[in-house]
Design a protein around this ligand. Structure first.
Ligand code: RP5
Length: 163
């Protein structure tokens, strides 16, 4: 069975934020799918997705939502696949705090690993780290990614010193 990661968002209006995760998986050459499913507008579809995810080969789920962001928690309630939540500062957000706290403050027993507000890229990096636990090739790609970040910072540091 093909192993892949799912990127789920509460609305297509979340796509500009969640696209950062898409880009990272493309860079890492990781198979992914993208879906807009809403915990309140399409609750049956969310339940169906979460219940079937394991059998379909999903290894990690990234779920982004804004406002009263119950999507990641609802998905986590229906599966034991790790869920990484991305709080989104959406058009209906009270500065993002509503979304952040809804995802972060999951009651004991149903965890959602929560990244920073609009932190879709970090969610993708964390998902890749999870998938790399038993995948040496992926682990080495992640190491290269971190090395390239380091090189960029060192270069930027040199260039400000020349000014
Ligand atoms: C949430 O409400 C979505 O995740 C989105 O961030 C926000 C606004 O959704 P739309 O009204 O733009 O569809 O459920």
């Amino acid at each position: 069975m093909k192993a892949f990661v799912s990127i789920i968002m509460g609305s297509t209006s979340d796509l500009p934020i969640m696209e950062e995760a898409v880009k990272f998986f493309q860079e890492m050459e990781i198979e992914y799918e993208v879906q807009a499913l809403s915990a309140h507008r399409t609750p049956e579809l969310v339940m169906d997705f979460a219940k079937k995810a394991k059998k379909r080969g999903v290894q990690v789920i990234i779920a982004g939502a804004g406002g009263a962001a119950h999507l990641p928690g609802v998905i986590a309630a229906f599966t034991s696949i790790p869920v990484i939540g991305v709080p989104i500062k959406s058009s209906n957000s009270i500065d993002g705090w509503d979304s952040l706290l809804s995802i972060l403050q999951m009651p004991s027993g149903i965890p959602v690993a929560t990244v920073a507000l609009n932190g879709a890229k970090n969610a993708a990096i964390l998902a890749t780290q999870m998938m790399a636990i038993h995948n040496k090739q992926l682990y080495s790609r992640l190491s290269d990614f971190k090395e390239s970040m380091k090189a960029k910072v060192i270069e930027a540091n040199h260039s400000i010193q020349k000014q």
